[in-house]
Design a protein around this ligand. Structure first.
Ligand SMILES: NC(=O)c1ccc[n+]([C@@H]2O[C@H](COP(=O)([O-])OP(=O)(O)OC[C@H]3O[C@@H](n4cnc5c(N)ncnc54)[C@H](O)[C@@H]3O)[C@@H](O)[C@H]2O)c1
Length: 442
């Protein structure tokens, strides 16, 4: 059992959205975790690429961290994650070989598969790593917080407004219970961004911004013989909105979130254009291959956001903030005035691996009994921003934040079962319905 409820914490005052509380809360006692003395038990839910990476980063973050349970929808994914972590080739973020075997204590009975696997794995841990496709994050996060666990969860944290609301509700409970929650919007844990953020006033008021996630796109998992429709969509999850949220949510959230962070708020409305120019095959499910969105903030400033998955086009993943006195170029890690004078240049030799820092700081806080991280609210609101963008490009309408977040829109299946029907189904030729601006209403 987690012992957080016995902690006597100093009341916290303020925090940076998605970052660290300005004044860490110090626990009255030494243990903020359970199990044998000096052990922090972790469980991973979603044993794919990021689940494997995040578990490795958690294990090397502190000597106390031990992996005790694993959960995945599929046994083969769980096994390959276990094999990678147990491998003699495992290495840390600096490329040094690490022997994780003594820290991996996952007997067969602690390896769980299927849609309910998460509940059993979460029960065995002090800290859970939630790294499934984002459609499941709200139910997994809600369960972790209800069971009183600290959480590292990947972005995005939902794929629809109903999921965002679920995460916001659980985030409030996490705060009451003083459970640390880190969200994998790792730019908040990256030295260059943190240094730029400290100096953001050098550019005066932020009047506009640009954000890009333009590249070739990602993997495709083709349909296999005798797969049910549910299994096929779960294996090829990137292309189905209930699982992925479209790439504006799944990837471009990183850049949109940076603008929200520096603006200190979230847009009040959005409008945009998008479609699928090259992503025409049935294996691409229902998502677009490009979105361009104007996000309007309450002060009248606008974020011009673009994301594109089209091979052979310009690649750019970056953010630019335009202020009354100058500009912040996130990728170049500098601040420049309107005469072209460089006001600040971050020394990129000091850059860290933010994926590792997320875990170093989270587990450091847990070991010290500190309540330091409450990223879920910002994670949910930045997720909502990206969903707002998708609703705007799919519908071709101006979408208002308040209406969208309170719309109750859920695109999740009614039943999670390998033989159940997912919310979107192919026609007789195997093609899925795709949003048509002007006709699609969400
Ligand atoms: N912060 C970053 O830069 C970053 C980078 C990569 C991925 N991610 C995020 O990590 C998440 C996972 O991405 P990935 O690349 O690891 O995908 P992946 O497909 O490699 O892994 C997802 C795993 O979750 C499993 N899974 C699916 N549904 C499940 C369920 N209901 N219960 C348990 N397991 C389930 C899948 O079988 C799979 O093994 C996504 O949200 C993604 O956006 C973040």
């Amino acid at each position: 059992m987690n012992k957080h409820s016995r902690r006597d914490f100093v009341k916290q005052t303020s925090f940076l959205a998605g970052g660290i509380f300005s004044a860490p809360l110090i626990a009255g006692a030494t243990n903020y975790h359970s199990g044998a003395a000096g052990t922090i038990k972790i469980a991973v839910v979603g044993c794919g690429g990021r689940g494997t990476g995040a578990t490795l980063q958690a294990l090397v973050a502190r000597p106390e961290v031990t992996l005790v349970a694993m959960a995945d929808a599929f046994r083969d994914r769980l096994d390959s994650c276990y094999k990678t972590l147990m491998s003699e080739d495992a290495s840390d973020s600096k490329g040094n070989k690490v022997d994780l075997k003594p820290k991996i204590q996952v007997p067969e009975e602690n390896k769980f598969t299927g849609f309910d696997a998460y509940k059993k794995a979460i029960a065995l841990a002090d800290v859970v790593i939630l790294t499934t496709p984002p459609g499941f994050r709200p139910i997994h996060f809600e369960e972790a917080i209800s069971q009183g666990k600290h959480v590292f969860m990947e972005k995005p944290v939902a794929t629809d407004p109903a999921g965002v609301q679920k995460v916001l509700a659980a985030a409030a409970i996490a705060k009451e219970k003083k459970l640390n929650v880190v969200v994998g919007l790792q730019r908040h844990y990256q030295n260059s961004y943190r240094e730029l953020f400290k100096r953001k006033d050098m550019i005066g008021d932020i009047v506009s911004a640009q954000a890009w996630w333009d590249n070739d796109g990602v993997w495709v998992n083709k349909r296999k013989y005798q797969q049910t429709e549910m299994e096929y969509q779960m294996r090829n999850w990137y292309y189905f909105n209930w699982l992925c949220g479209d790439h504006i949510t799944e990837q471009h959230i990183h850049n949109i979130d940076v603008i929200n962070w520096f603006k200190g708020g979230y847009p009040v409305k959005a409008q945009g254009i998008g479609g699928r120019q090259v992503r025409k095959g049935k294996e691409y499910g229902e998502i677009f291959d490009h979105h361009y969105v104007e996000f309007h903030y309450a002060d009248g400033s606008i974020l011009n956001s673009q994301c594109r998955h089209i091979p052979g086009t310009m690649s750019k993943v970056d953010e630019l903030l335009v202020g009354t006195k100058g500009k912040i170029f996130a990728g170049a890690a500098n601040i420049v005035d309107y005469k072209g004078k460089v006001l600040y240049q971050y020394d990129t030799k000091l850059e860290n691996n933010p994926y590792q820092t997320e875990h170093d700081e989270l587990f450091d806080a847990i070991v010290k009994g500190e309540y330091k991280f409450a990223d879920a609210e910002n994670g949910a609101k930045s997720t909502m921003t990206s969903i707002l963008g998708r609703m705007a490009t799919y519908s071709g309408q101006v979408i208002e934040w308040d209406k969208a977040i309170n719309s109750g829109l859920s695109i999740q299946p009614k039943v999670y079962d390998w033989n159940a029907a997912p919310p979107t189904l192919p026609n007789e030729d195997g093609f899925y319905p795709v949003a048509v601006p002007g006709k699609t209403t969400y």
